[in-house]
Design a protein around this ligand. Structure first.
Ligand code: PGA
Length: 267
């Protein structure tokens, strides 16, 4: 696992955007796995800037989002479909048919079949080249809450109370939605699904993430901290700002190795 520490959120976002831009230039029909939440907002802003200033071309890009709340009204402002449209899709030249997000309004009896089809669509596109991830304070990736299996696939899940509370504070409260009306279910890619991506980029920012960042990078691999499974994936980059990295025991080592790598690249 490669650990990169950037001075602040802005630098972290720029660094992640550079990786995506390179990916798109090297493979214009890349398949990207996308995430929502407050963490990737800066990344999407950067990508939109690259689209405007450098004409970064998304015309052949295919995307699959990690997750969606289950049961939200289709035009709901809190839906991840709406988040993606507002923060990214409406600003870039992606073919809307190539932008996939789980449908949170699928009838309950059809979900299993629908989730299988979502996975099949990823396979038909020859898999995800680059998967973006955030991390919840409980260690979830996508909406794979503690206890999720390494082999879990796309499915309907019940959200943990900490996740409901955190997301209500960040995304529902400002629109006047009572906590009891915030979504408590979601459709999410599984950890097994995420694991099939060629490369994974996890971003974490801020002091509130410092404890879980130290746990998932330096602690044991356990389903109680789903992000810790990433220790087993062969191609993971974790991009942190100083605050999120502040509780890593090997903080100095990571800073040192970043410097050494730069020296090597300059040679
Ligand atoms: P955040 O959420 O980016 O809003 O902190 C991350 C997550 O829950 O995966």
């Amino acid at each position: 696992m490669e650990v990169i520490i950037k001075p602040n959120y802005e630098e972290l976002s720029k660094y992640a955007a550079e990786i995506i831009s390179r990916q798109i230039q090297e493979k214009p029909n890349s398949v990207l796995g996308l995430a929502t939440g407050s963490t990737p907002e800066g990344l999407y802003k950067e990508i939109v800037r690259m689209r405007k200033e450098k004409a970064l071309d998304f015309s052949k890009i295919v995307t699959f989002n990690l997750d969606e709340y289950y049961g939200l009204a289709i035009d709901s402002k809190q839906s991840y479909a709406c988040f993606m449209h507002e923060n990214l899709f409406k600003h870039i030249n992606i073919n809307q048919e190539n932008a996939h997000i789980p449908d949170g309004k699928i009838p309950l009896q059809e979900i299993e079949n629908y989730c299988r089809q979502y996975e099949n669509k990823i396979k038909e596109n020859r898999g995800i080249d680059l998967q973006i991830l955030g991390i919840g304070i409980d260690g979830h990736i996508g909406f794979n809450e503690p206890g999720s299996s390494l082999y879990s696939r796309t499915r309907l899940v019940v959200l943990d109370k900490t996740t409901i509370d955190t997301n209500w504070e960040k995304f529902f409260k400002k629109d006047g939605i009572a906590k009891e009306n915030a979504s408590s279910f979601a459709i999410t890619m599984g950890i097994g699904t995420i694991f099939e991506a060629g490369r994974i980029l996890l971003m974490a920012s801020g002091k509130s993430k410092a404890d879980i960042v130290a746990k998932f990078i330096e602690g044991p691999v356990t389903s109680q901290v789903p992000a810790s499974f990433l220790q087993l994936h062969p191609n993971v980059s974790v991009i942190l700002d100083e605050d999120a990295a502040s509780k890593l025991q090997r903080y100095e080592h990571y800073k040192y190795s970043m410097g050494e790598r730069k020296k090597l690249e300059r040679k």
